[in-house]
Write a protein that binds this ligand. Sequence first.
Ligand SMILES: Nc1nc2c(ncn2[C@@H]2O[C@H](COP(=O)(O)OP(=O)(O)O)[C@@H](O)[C@H]2O)c(=O)[nH]1
Ligand SMILES: [Mg+2]
Length: 203
Amino acid sequence: MFSLLYGLWKYLFSKAEFHVLILGIDKAGKTTLLEKLKTLYSDVEGLPPDRIVPTVGLNIGRVEAHKSKLIFWDLGGQLGLRTIWEKYYEEAHAVVYVVDSASKTRFEDTKSALEKVLRHPDLQGAPILVFANKQDLPGAVNAEELSRYLELKDQKSIQSRVQGISAHEGSGIQEGVLWLVEAMKNNKRTEQLQRQAEAAVTL
Ligand SMILES: Nc1nc2c(ncn2[C@@H]2O[C@H](COP(=O)(O)OP(=O)(O)O)[C@@H](O)[C@H]2O)c(=O)[nH]1
Ligand SMILES: [Mg+2]
């Protein structure tokens, strides 16, 4: 009886939990973003930018945002490390793709890495939030321009949004995360992952 009631209580009151992958090529600002997310959404103060070192393994950030539990995975973005990304795809509800909007010479690399992510079968149906980062820099292209360059809107089957942010200053981040939470809540992939998790518990 207790377990039944406990199950019902959990069902009614536990917050939805989402796994979000933070991807993008190296130096886009992924780790700076993760630390800013911790500062914005949890009691833990994230590391300041001058204490962040290049990511080799995986950084994890657990926060509560917009009435949901979000677990962010920040993976290393150097070319040799990108093959590791795929191992995390299956369990991810969504992707945050970070772009250095001021580094035009690397746009091509960033676009082809994004296309590879979008094509991957293990990520089908996952909403994609592109963060056009470093908007505080004078040469940065804005979200609209970046969106046109990445041609995401042409891919009707993918739920996507491009949002201008500054991971240094924190601007634009909450707006993007709110969109992402809503997108994940109303998503078939989320239902599927939920069913898989329930099946794993019953086994
Ligand atoms: N001006 C500016 N620099 C940023 C911003 N976000 C990250 N950076 C800088 O970009 C560099 C790479 O950041 P990092 O988070 O390590 O990138 P990662 O390799 O994608 O994890 C660092 O020098 C950061 O301080 C931003 O919003 N504005
Ligand atoms: Mg990093």
